[in-house]
Write a protein that binds this ligand. Structure first.
Ligand SMILES: NC(=O)c1ccc[n+]([C@@H]2O[C@H](COP(=O)([O-])OP(=O)(O)OC[C@H]3O[C@@H](n4cnc5c(N)ncnc54)[C@H](OP(=O)(O)O)[C@@H]3O)[C@@H](O)[C@H]2O)c1
Length: 311
């Protein structure tokens, strides 16, 4: 696997072209901003007008250029993208954001002559999933079709599931019951990457002008049996497996949950998380080949370490 310099060479005396970051006040975006700053990059964080989150002050204190901007205006976004080396999106939302806002940001990047764009994908490999199998991933596919038609170099980063979710949100490792719950095959390999590792990799990729269209990473590839071992090692207590049924059982549960739940504009309603797990358990969106070795300075955090650090 080739290893890559993440910092492009600069003309002597020239200031580095900034990395424009949208979504810098979010969980992933805030970490990407910090990783970029650690690497000596100039960061221009586009934030919504009136955003008073503490992250804004922290990033400003760390040296980021904070630019409040009207995300509904391509003209304003174009001005905000001027002179950038790359636009990174860590936005989160439904159609209005993933297709709408990101398309305006893309149009602005193209109009401003920015050479590179990294969309807010950060998920399992939706390119290998049939359309219609996951609402949130369908939105990414739709945006990326537009991105592929734009005169800009695009790189999507695919990282599987954030490992951090295993300590709470994802109902897989049940700490109270000492069980690892699953559907289908306990030996199906699954991709996990921490939010922190995803941010490090994204920062390195943003500073690397030679990135391909897709970069795939997994901090750890673990099957359900692997999670069982990790949970046992992390807690010092034996975990058992709990197979609820085949994938069709989970599929039925998703349908029932969707029917019973009122329509919501929540980005991650319970059925969305279940759908994500269903997709992973099918093995279709398994990430391969992995680009983990591309930036050798990154140390990938294993699942066991994340489970052990659970508060
Ligand atoms: N693979 C996984 O397991 C996994 C898990 C979680 C997330 N993700 C992905 O990671 C990415 C980032 O998610 P996150 O959890 O960091 O999201 P988050 O914490 O909710 O942050 C979202 C960011 O987007 C901004 N934003 C939202 N709507 C906007 C709009 N209409 N105009 C301008 N800015 C807007 C927010 O700004 P404000 O501060 O103004 O609200 C915030 O900075 C997403 O692609 C998400 O799907 C992946």
């Amino acid at each position: 696997m080739a290893q890559h310099q993440s910092n492009p060479p600069l003309r002597p005396g020239a200031a580095p072209a900034p990395i424009v970051l949208a979504g810098a006040t979010g969980d992933l975006g805030f970490r990407i901003a910090q990783e970029l700053l650690k690497r000596g990059a100039a960061v221009r964080a586009l934030v919504r007008v009136g955003n008073t989150k503490p992250e804004v002050t922290v990033l400003q204190d760390l040296g980021a250029d904070i630019v409040p901007v009207d995300f509904n205006s391509v003209t304003a976004l174009t001005k905000a993208c001027a002179g950038a080396a790359c636009v990174v999106s860590a936005l989160s939302g439904l159609r209005e954001v993933i297709v709408g806002t990101q398309k305006r940001l893309l149009d602005a990047a193209v109009a401003a002559g920015v050479p590179r764009f990294i969309p807010s994908d950060f998920c399992i490999d939706y390119t290998r999933l049939p359309a219609g199998s996951n609402r949130n991933l369908d939105l990414r596919r739709e945006f990326n079709q537009r991105l592929d038609q734009a005169p800009i170099h695009a790189t999507s980063i695919l990282n599987g599931m954030f490992t951090d979710l295993l300590t709470g949100q994802a109902p897989v490792v049940l700490f109270g019951l000492k069980r690892v719950l699953y559907y289908g095959d306990a030996d199906q390999p699954l991709d996990f990457t921490t939010t922190a590792n995803t941010a490090e990799f994204t920062a390195a990729a943003a500073l690397d002008p030679t990135t391909p269209r897709y970069l795939r990473v997994a901090g750890e590839v673990a099957s359900i049996r692997g999670l069982q071992k990790a949970a046992t090692a992390a807690t010092g207590t034996p975990f058992k497996l709990l197979r609820v049924g085949g994938l069709w059982v989970l599929g039925t549960m998703i349908k029932v949950t969707k029917t019973l739940m009122p329509t919501t504009d929540d980005v991650f309603p319970p059925w969305q998380g279940m759908q994500y797990l269903h997709n992973m358990f099918t093995g279709l969106p398994k990430l391969t080949p992995l680009d983990n070795a591309r930036y050798p300075e990154i140390r990938w955090t294993p699942v066991r370490e994340v489970l052990a650090a659970r508060k």
